[in-house]
Write a protein that binds this ligand. Structure first.
Ligand SMILES: *Cc1c(COP(=O)(O)O)cnc(C)c1O
Length: 382
């Protein structure tokens, strides 16, 4: 153990997850101290940190940030983690703190559905935005002259995967920084900094916290100067998590490995069952041996994620499928312990067929879930 608490000891990922970010034991104190609700802290004399004002720092964030850092970059020195109010707050903090008018950024064309909104805002500030698909490392072709390369792998909702090592090397050779949206994989599925990225950015709203009751985001980075600009952006915009959210997130990390292992294994079982259904086309899950993403995913991911996507023949068929499900809630988002699914085309933001379904696999018994999904596919035929 080093000075940063009991969570930084060695051991496997499950061991690390249950102890991540915990302070040294203190007699009569709880294992994980409760949320600290404070807009300001006692601060006589010269205003030096660590805790001065609640928009700058909070002890509950400190523990959570330490925990996320231990999972995203175990054993790496000089890595800094910052918690945010949401995934979008974290994403925006990197893009808007690193880019200036006249810079060029490369985004995925098939990434999270709010990226087009971000794109419009970047362009309004005089930043050139180029896009290319995640699959086949197509972002390589538009890298020249870029200041920042933004990757999202696996991409949401299409589940394409790009080769982070290859893209990061190409970007660095051109002097560009690299950020990876690690939301879908979670730090137990993929560790972008080890693959060469400068930032790992994620929504903690999804599987990281896993209960569908918290919005949260984080940025992990190794470049001190870049991270101080991200920190400054958080202070300027005030996109900070509430202490309660930060504490709930930290509490949820203790079960991260259990949840991720269970959900990923069941997702593969569901994907395998759907593969046998003649009405299902475009089935995607990076863990399926025949999936176009499987080879690259196997080189850089430790777990393949809890999302399965596929297409039913028509919009009406997809809607009947969703209605017929009993164990899967029709809802957006993903990664929770309760399975959810939605017809992604209903939002209008993703380039997907009308019958495209994104299914997020929860922690139910695998046999129950596979049976429910197959029954709903059958019943939706009527
Ligand atoms: C949900 C999501 C986000 C946005 O996160 P919020 O917490 O909803 O702001 C960003 N990227 C990906 C890949 C997501 O799935």
């Amino acid at each position: 153990m080093n000075g940063s608490g009991t969570g930084s000891g060695g051991g496997g990922e499950g061991t690390r997850a249950v102890r991540a970010g915990l302070p040294e034991p203190v007699k009569y104190e709880p294992t994980l101290p409760g949320p600290v609700f404070a807009a300001h802290f006692h601060l006589p004399g010269d205003p030096t940190g660590p805790y001065t004002y609640g928009r700058d720092e909070n002890p509950t964030w400190t523990l959570l940030e330490r925990a996320v850092g231990e999972l995203e970059a175990p054993g790496q020195d000089g890595v800094e983690t910052l918690a945010f109010a949401s995934g979008m707050a974290a994403i925006s903090s990197v893009l808007f703190s690193q880019l200036r008018a006249g810079d060029t950024v490369v985004l995925p064309s098939d990434g999270y559905q709010a990226l087009p909104l971000v794109r419009a805002q970047l362009e309004a500030y005089g930043i050139e935005v180029r896009t290319a698909p995640t699959g086949n490392d197509a972002q390589l072709d538009v890298l020249d002259g870029a200041r920042l390369l933004w990757l999202e792998t696996p991409s949401n909702p299409g589940l394409d995967v790009c080769d982070v090592r290859r893209l990061a090397a190409a970007a660095h050779a051109r002097g560009a920084l690299v950020a990876v949206d690690n939301t879908l994989a979670t730090p137990l599925g993929q560790r972008p900094l080890e693959l060469g990225a400068d930032f790992s950015v994620a929504s903690g709203t999804k599987q990281l916290t896993g209960h569908g009751d918290v919005l949260l985001g984080y940025v992990v980075g190794r470049d001190a100067e870049a991270m101080s600009a991200v920190r400054r952006w958080r202070k300027i915009v005030g996109a900070i998590p509430g202490p309660m959210e930060a504490w709930l997130a930290h509490r949820s990390l203790a079960t991260l490995q259990l949840r991720v292992d269970r959900q990923c294994a069941t997702a593969l079982a569901v994907a395998e069952a759907l593969r046998e259904q003649p009405e299902v086309s475009g089935l995607r899950h990076p863990g399926l041996p025949g999936d176009p993403s499987h080879a690259v995913a196997s080189r850089q991911m430790r777990r393949y994620g809890c999302v399965v996507s596929f297409t039913l023949p028509t919009r009406a068929r997809a809607e009947r499928f969703l209605q017929a499900l009993r164990l899967v809630d029709e809802a957006t988002s993903f990664g929770g312990v309760r399975s959810t699914a939605e017809r992604r085309g209903r939002w209008g933001g993703d380039a997907v067929p009308e019958g495209f379904i994104r299914l997020s696999v929860g922690a139910e018994d695998p046999e129950d879930l596979v049976a429910d999904v197959l029954r709903a596919v059958r019943e939706s035929a009527a």
